[in-house]
Structures are given as structure tokens and as C-alpha cells.
Ligand binder design. Structure first.
Ligand SMILES: *[C@@H]1O[C@H](CO)[C@@H](O)[C@H](O)[C@H]1NC(C)=O
Ligand SMILES: *[C@@H]1O[C@H](CO)[C@@H](O)[C@H](O)[C@H]1NC(C)=O
Ligand SMILES: *[C@@H]1O[C@H](CO)[C@@H](O)[C@H](O)[C@H]1NC(C)=O
Length: 370
């Protein structure tokens, strides 16, 4: 009897889960027909390696980048697919081609993201004494590319608005402005002051795509970048560097939290000004936090150590022995590592975060009635 009751409870419980899954899937039918991506190495599917001489000769242009899925380097900064690839898979689109790829097929959108790029222009950063070492193609350059692309597909602006009405825009920028400032200056407190300007550049980009006709704009915040092996290498544990419970550099976690809060406040204001547009904060910070907290259960052995890299420190990172340099080894099973090269994550880490973001954050937000 007791057993039957238990079986019954289990059955009801399973039904409830099945029903709620059904509801979630029922919600998830936004008529999205294209994705336009702006951003940096988190999203670049091949622009930097075509953007300039440094990009062409960067490690991202050769193996082991891409080794585990594409079996060749595509310009993606990982061992395989990125989150944008998993988003494209979800919508049953082909992987988004890079804008600078002359053979690209843009039937379901375009990827304008350039690895190494910043939200502020290289000129603006230079005035602050910050060098953007890989590319000049900052967010405003990517928006110029978008504008040229639009004029090529729809010379009439109203026609463009119709074309973009069912598109998803992702504007992921501003991480590198902070990265370069930290790496080049190391004075973390002095960086807080530049956050409003960086977010201002992201805001201007959102307003620009809305003017062109965007109706759904997803804007990711910063990762827990203080957990990246490059920073664990730069800020080794000592009295000046406090580590948090996840063994990340606490001062950097605080900085990214400040940046994310500032971004969320800005998005709320923008949303109030544009009630017919869905402006969605994508919580990359908590997607990564959940992954790190559940790392063991998710089958990861290494969370704070590079898979591809070398260094006589616990982060397995060295600035002269970075992934892609001669003689730098790759771990036998990248699926067991969160960090691919110390700055970028592995395909498997990206897949777990992309799935979480779609189900808990992006899909519910874009399918909600305006
Ligand atoms: C581009 O991709 C779409 C499918 O995603 C396909 O139908 C179309 O034929 C492709 N165009 C070219 C020129 O290859
Ligand atoms: C931290 O600072 C205290 C006091 O200056 C010193 O005694 C101690 O050895 C330091 N610890 C480390 C790990 O540097
Ligand atoms: C981590 O585990 C918690 C508690 O079990 C769960 O709520 C959360 O969604 C998990 N996150 C990920 C990324 O798996």
C-alpha cells in the first residue's frame, strides 16, 4: 500500500515535470528567422582571422583551435563550438558565418563579432593609455559593417525594418575593455571609473540596432572573469589578493558584478524608453557560476586550470607558453576542463552554459508577450 502510494506520488511528480516541460516548449516558439551577433572572442566565428595581419597569424587561425568539432581552425577561440553555435543549433539555423568570410552564407543572419574587440574604440582606449592589441574592429566598426550589409540587402529602410522584425540581435561587448585595463594596469580600483563609458558604448549600439528595426535584443553581461586561469596566474594568492569560495580573484568578481549591475540598470532604462522592443539581459555571470558550483556533478575535473597551456603554476598558464604556441600540450580530454586556453572556455563548458541560458533566461524572456 505504502509502496503503491509512493509510486503514485512519483508518477504525479513525473507528470508534473512532463507538463511543465511541455509548457516551456510551448512557449518556445518565437518566430525568429535570423541572428545578428556583435561581440568579441566569446562569439567570433571567423572574423579576426580575416580582419588583419595579426589575426591571420594568431593562434586562433590554426589547430589545436577547433580540433574537437570542426577538426580545423575556423577562427573560433575554443576547441569546438561556441555558445552562438549552440543558439544557432537550437533555432535549427546553420552556424552563423563571419561577416568577413567572402564565401559566407547569410541566409539566417550574420556574425560581426571580432575576437579581441572592445566596446570603446581603439582611439578612445588609447587616450586612457589602454592598448587594444589584436584589432581595431570595435563595436562601432561592427555596426558600420552591419549598416553596409543592410544597404546591400534592403536599399529601402522600411523594407529593412520588415526584414529585421523577426531577428534576434545579440550584443556581447565590453569584456575586453575591462580585460585590457586590468592586464595593462593591474590597478583594479582605478578601472571602476571607466565602466559607465564602456556600458555607454554598448547602450549606443543597442539604440542603433533598434533604430534599424530590431525588436529583440539580447545583451550579455560579463563572465566571472576573475576565475579565468590567466587571472589566477596574474594575481597569485598573496596578502593583496583575496580569493572567494570558488577560488577566484575576489576583486575581479566585484568588478564584474559592478559592471553587470550597471549594465542591468541601463537596460531597464532602455526598456522603459522602448516598450515594444524586448531588451533582455543575458546572465553569463550566473551561467558560469552555476557551472563552477556544479562542476564535479557535471563531470569536470579541472575548473581553474587550462586544458591547452603550460606553466609551472596551478593554473597551468604561462604568457610565453600559451595555447597554439609551439610545443604547448593539449590535455587528453578537453571535455573534463572548463577552461580551454586560460581565457576562453571549452566547447563542453559553452554547451552547458548555452543550454542553461536558453532555458532559464533567453527563451522565456523573448517569448513573453510585450
Ligand atoms: C544558404 O543556406 C541555406 C540554408 O540554410 C540554403 O538553403 C541556401 O541554398 C544557401 N545558399 C547558398 C548560396 O549556398
Ligand atoms: C601577510 O602579511 C603578514 C603581515 O604583513 C605577514 O606576516 C604574512 O607572512 C603575510 N602572508 C603572506 C602569505 O604573504
Ligand atoms: C547547479 O545545481 C543547482 C542545484 O542543484 C541547480 O539549481 C542549477 O540549475 C545547476 N546549474 C547548472 C548550470 O547545472
Amino acid at each position: 500500500m505504502a509502496n503503491n502510494a509512493k509510486t503514485y506520488v512519483n508518477l504525479v511528480f513525473l507528470l508534473a515535470i512532463a507538463l511543465s516541460l511541455h509548457v516551456i516548449q510551448g512557449q518556445v516558439q518565437p518566430p525568429i528567422d535570423a541572428i545578428y551577433q556583435f561581440g568579441d572572442s566569446i562569439s567570433d566565428t571567423g572574423n579576426l582571422i580575416r580582419d588583419n595581419f595579426i589575426g591571420e597569424h594568431s593562434p586562433f587561425a590554426s589547430l589545436p583551435y577547433g580540433q574537437d568539432f570542426f577538426h580545423e581552425a575556423t577562427g573560433r577561440c575554443s576547441n569546438g563550438r561556441l555558445m552562438i553555435d549552440f543558439f544557432a543549433e537550437y533555432f535549427k539555423f546553420p552556424y552563423l558565418d563571419a561577416y568577413l568570410n567572402k564565401a559566407g552564407n547569410f541566409s539566417h543572419g550574420v556574425n560581426f563579432a571580432v575576437a579581441g574587440s572592445t566596446a570603446l574604440t581603439t582611439g578612445t582606449l588609447a587616450l586612457k593609455g589602454i592598448i587594444s592589441p589584436l584589432t581595431w574592429s570595435s563595436l562601432s566598426v561592427q555596426l558600420n559593417w552591419f549598416q553596409s550589409y543592410l544597404t546591400s540587402i534592403c536599399p529601402d529602410l522600411n523594407d529593412c525594418k520588415n526584414k529585421l522584425a523577426n531577428a534576434l540581435f545579440i550584443i556581447e561587448s565590453g569584456g575586453n575593455d575591462i580585460n585590457y585595463a586590468v592586464m595593462e594596469r593591474k590597478n583594479i580600483q582605478g578601472i571602476y571609473g571607466m565602466v559607465p563609458e564602456v556600458i555607454g558604448a554598448v547602450k549606443a549600439a543597442i539604440e542603433e540596432v533598434i533604430n534599424f528595426g530590431a525588436t529583440r535584443v539580447v545583451v550579455p553581461g560579463n563572465f566571472l572573469f576573475g576565475c579565468m586561469p590567466i587571472y589566477l596566474y596574474m594575481f597569485p594568492p598573496n596578502n593583496a589578493t583575496l580569493y572567494d569560495e570558488l577560488h577566484c580573484v575576489e576583486q575581479l568578481i566585484e568588478l564584474s558584478t559592478f559592471q553587470n549591475n550597471f549594465l542591468q540598470k541601463t537596460l531597464k532604462e532602455l526598456q522603459a524608453e522602448h516598450p515594444l522592443v524586448k531588451i533582455v539581459y543575458a546572465d553569463y555571470f550566473n551561467a558560469m557560476k552555476g557551472l563552477l558550483q556544479n562542476a564535479t556533478a557535471l563531470g569536470f575535473d579541472e575548473t581553474l586550470r587550462t586544458c591547452c597551456g603550460m606553466g609551472d603554476n596551478s593554473a597551468n598558464f604561462g604568457i610565453t607558453k600559451i595555447c597554439g604556441f609551439k610545443g604547448v600540450p593539449v590535455c587528453p580530454n578537453p571535455d573534463k576542463s572548463v577552461s580551454w586556453d586560460g581565457i576562453h572556455m571549452t566547447e563542453r563548458a559553452y554547451k552547458i552554459m548555452a543550454d542553461w541560458l536558453l532555458q532559464h533566461n533567453i527563451l522565456p524572456a523573448i517569448s513573453k508577450a510585450a
